[in-house]
Design a protein. Structure first.
Length: 318
């Protein structure tokens, strides 16, 4: 919803930043964009689209384009200033923030808290909205607390890729936020020989997805590794990268870190409507109305309802 986007390469996103969504039909301006990317001069600034530019800038940062280059682009391309003039009213409804927020994050669970934290890494003004009286009171506190190795996901899928990457980065992330993390490993065991092919399939999936150091164990090997297993194990899949942490503690730590770095938050504030504007979004809540350039929907089990404030129904969470 304005806050979700992706690019294939640094070149793609830097071209998007200069020329909006139409750059593919402007081969000449592609070359001009390369000149600017190389900090040279001369580029076509005939295409003006602040919303696409902001999205492309965040995408560029995400794939490693130096923030300094992007800032210089915004400084030189006067039609794409970092701040825009706020809309005063929408259908007679005034909004309370001026200038507008760059981003509003809806939902103060672990996903919303980390989204807000990461947005502030790039000096993006961010407001976090949470309908409860505190963060992480929804599905976050019902999380399994397991940092999965990644062998259950379909090889080649985005979920498989992100699970393996997230697992590898989790220990450092917890260290940054002073949250205990245990790389305890996991054993997936079977007591039925007919299910051994399922373990083998999960092992092959994990290998294809890049899960490191997995092993298929015999029953005696598994029981030697974990003496508290009920006797009779016939086979097991060992994944040493599986870990555990307290998801509630992790989410709260992310929230506190985000607030410390400048994120604003409004508790007991439920989103009731979202109005799409040319310059961004008006977000109406049970307390106030806010104007922003992007909306991040991190509303957990209410995400489908939030989505329908701005788009036709397409997904139903049950």
């Amino acid at each position: 919803m304005g806050g979700f986007f992706g690019v294939a390469s640094k070149e793609d996103c830097i071209f998007d930043l200069f020329f909006g969504v139409d750059y593919h039909s402007h081969l000449g301006t592609r070359r001009a964009g390369l000149a600017v990317y190389g900090e040279e001069t001369g580029f076509d600034k005939s295409i003006h689209n602040i919303e696409n530019a902001m999205a492309a800038a965040l995408s560029a940062l995400a794939v490693g384009v130096p923030a300094g280059i992007i800032q210089r682009v915004f400084d030189r391309f006067e039609a794409m200033e970092h701040r825009i003039e706020p809309v005063a009213t929408h259908k007679g409804v005034s909004f309370v923030n001026e200038p507008p927020y760059d981003a509003v994050v809806i939902g103060g669970g672990i996903l919303g808290c980390f989204a807000a934290r990461n947005l502030r890494r790039w000096n993006i003004s961010t407001l976090l909205l949470e309908k409860e009286d505190d963060v992480c009171k929804g599905i976050t506190r019902a999380n399994s607390a397991i940092c999965y190795a990644g062998y259950d996901n379909k090889p080649g899928s985005l979920k498989a890729e992100l699970t393996v990457r997230g697992n590898a980065n989790m220990e450092q992330l917890c260290r940054e936020l002073d949250v205990p993390f245990s790389r305890c490993g996991s054993l997936l065991v079977t007591y039925d020989e007919t299910t051994i092919p399922q373990l083998e399939r999960k092992y092959r999936n994990g290998i294809k997805s890049g899960v490191p150091d997995m092993k298929l164990l015999s029953g005696p090997e598994a029981e030697a590794m974990e003496p508290m297993l009920r006797p009779g194990v016939v086979a097991a899949l060992y994944a040493p990268t599986t870990g555990t942490m307290n998801p509630w503690q992790l989410g709260i730590a992310a929230f506190e870190n985000a607030i410390h770095n400048g994120v604003e938050a409004a508790m007991e504030t439920e989103v009731t409507a979202i109005h799409r504007q040319q310059e961004g979004f008006l977000v109406e809540t049970s307390k106030d109305t806010y104007f922003c350039k992007m909306v991040f929907n991190c509303a957990g089990l209410s995400a489908d309802k939030v989505q329908e404030f701005a788009f036709e129904p397409s997904v139903r969470l049950t």
